[in-house]
Design a protein around this ligand. Structure first.
Ligand code: ZN
Length: 246
């Protein structure tokens, strides 16, 4: 089912304890939030999800009263409205790109070519398949992320005399990067959709974890020494992270 697939991929769920439902203070009105209801034999609590494309969905346990859906939406209204606002901003930002994609602070123009299956970069253009370009485009970003991120990790660790064990490229929506206690690095390919200094900040953030694993004052002091603009770059990611999608 498409709705479910999209929901599980693209949104975070918020649990809502079954017994905690209470009547909605504003059950009707022009400013009501539109939502769909689905019943699930597996659901143990009322769950609400917000998807940028599918909208708001409430999942009810089989025996729950349908009023609990409205109560959950009322209860979670501030969170739902925040998520809907973010979703609208993401759609607007993505729509504004037209036939281009962001790449480390520049824009690459998409040029569709019939018969092409693999994306190829030519100067400021990306030659893409005429049909279903999106998945091929993501594969290109993943391949390119490995090269762009490995070279920056190599340079940063060389500069401070540390080493890392390896690099994995991932695509989670909630995590930009991580560094394991054994020095395994994991980076999100979507960082290539951000300006270059943002990627550099995340590289230095993880390289500092090779020496201090936690986020203790000692860690922040180390990061401030090596990437002084870390505060504003972290703020940029919090503010614009959701727009880093194809
Ligand atoms: Zn960290």
């Amino acid at each position: 089912m498409e709705g479910e697939r999209v929901t599980s991929r693209r949104s975070r769920r918020r649990g809502y304890p079954r017994g905690a439902a209470r009547p909605a203070p504003y059950a009707a009105g022009v400013d009501e939030i539109a939502y769909t209801v689905r019943r699930s034999p597996r659901a143990r609590t009322v769950r609400v999800s917000v998807d940028p494309h599918a909208g708001v969905e409430v999942v009810l346990p089989e025996r729950a009263h349908s009023r609990q859906a409205a109560a959950a939406v009322a209860e979670l209204r501030p969170w739902i409205e925040r998520r809907l606002g973010e979703a609208a901003a993401v759609r607007a930002a993505v729509a504004q790109r037209g036939r281009t994609v962001p790449f480390l602070g520049t824009s690459l123009e998409l040029v569709a070519q019939p018969g092409r299956t693999r994306v190829h970069r030519r100067a400021g253009s990306l030659l893409v398949p005429a049909h279903d370009a999106r998945s091929a485009l993501e594969r290109w970003y993943r391949r390119t992320a490995r090269v762009e991120i490995a070279s920056r990790l190599d340079a940063a660790t060389r500069a401070v005399g540390t080493t890392y064990a390896g690099l994995t490229i991932r695509g989670q929506r909630t995590r930009w990067a991580s560094c394991s206690p054994t020095g395994m690095m994991s980076f999100n390919w979507r960082l290539l959709l951000a300006p270059e200094p943002i990627l550099q900040y995340v590289v230095w953030h993880e390289v500092c974890h090779l020496e201090v694993l936690d986020h203790s004052p000692r860690y922040w002091a180390l990061l401030a020494d090596r990437w002084p603009e870390y505060r504003e770059h972290a703020a940029w990611l919090r503010r614009h992270g959701a727009t880093l999608v194809l």
